[in-house]
Structure formats: structure tokens, C-alpha cells
Ligand binder design. Structure first.
Ligand SMILES: [Zn+2]
Length: 142
């Protein structure tokens, strides 16, 4: 059983308190997520990897009510799909992270609410384990 992140350098792993990883341009300070080697602001080509933390606030959100089209890769099918929240979470560094949300009830989501990072199973991998992806959950309900 090997559980591993769906992409490298998204978050610290393995970790008991995982945090999101981003890139920061040493020339202009632009923060990117996922980390990119080349700065999208000034083109400088040597960004540093920084920790973005595990807390943020919900900037905006919506509910995904249907199975996303390819290349969305998960174990879900039209039959097993359940609606889920999708939002942008603003991190202390100021960057907004597009993320799946643990909450799918629109009555429990409000702009500005505090959110915390969670790591969850996204799909099965070919080593008999899981591909892990990040999501955000309400800080208050856990
Ligand atoms: Zn830059």
C-alpha cells in the first residue's frame, strides 16, 4: 500500500501537519501555486519553494453538481458522483488557491469563513494505494 500525492510539490508529504507548497520569485516576490519554475510576473527563472501554510479564508465558492469532463481523473462515475464544493481559498501570502471543498452544502459555505487544509484520497493508484490530493474543510466543524 503506497499512498502518494497526485502531483509532487503540491503539499508537504508525508507529514503529520501537511502544508501547501508554492513558489516565490526572489526578484519580484510573486507567489505561485502550484510552484512554477518561471515567474509569471517578471519571467525570472529561479523561484524558491515556500510553505503556504494550512489555513486560509474562503474567497469565493460554488457547488460542482455534475461529474467534471476529462481530463478529470478519479474513481467516480456518473453513478457514484456526489456534488461537492469548489472554492478559492485565500492564503496568508495573498495567493488564492482553487480547491475542492469538503463541504457540499451551500448553507454551510460563506465567503470569508476560515478554512483548513486536509489531505484526502482522490483515486486509487496502481500500487494498491491511493493518490492523495488536497482539499479544504471548514475550520469550525472539525
Ligand atoms: Zn518575478
Amino acid at each position: 500500500m503506497t499512498d502518494c500525492p497526485i502531483h509532487p510539490n503540491l503539499f508537504t508529504w508525508p507529514a503529520s501537519n501537511p502544508v501547501l507548497l508554492g513558489g516565490k520569485c526572489p526578484r519580484c516576490g510573486e507567489v505561485s501555486f502550484p510552484a512554477q519554475s518561471s515567474c509569471r510576473n517578471c519571467g525570472h527563472n529561479d523561484s524558491n519553494v515556500i510553505e503556504l501554510g494550512d489555513r486560509g479564508s474562503l474567497w469565493t465558492w460554488t457547488i460542482q453538481n455534475f461529474l467534471p469532463k476529462s481530463p478529470y481523473v478519479s474513481d467516480e462515475t456518473v453513478e457514484t458522483f456526489k456534488p461537492y464544493g469548489v472554492g478559492y481559498v485565500e492564503m496568508p501570502a495573498g495567493i488564492r488557491i482553487e480547491s475542492r471543498l469538503r463541504i457540499s452544502d451551500p448553507n454551510k459555505l460563506r465567503i470569508g469563513m476560515p478554512m483548513k487544509l486536509i489531505i484526502e484520497k482522490f483515486s486509487s493508484n496502481d500500487q494498491g494505494g491511493s493518490n492523495l490530493c488536497f482539499a479544504f474543510d471548514s475550520l469550525g466543524d472539525s
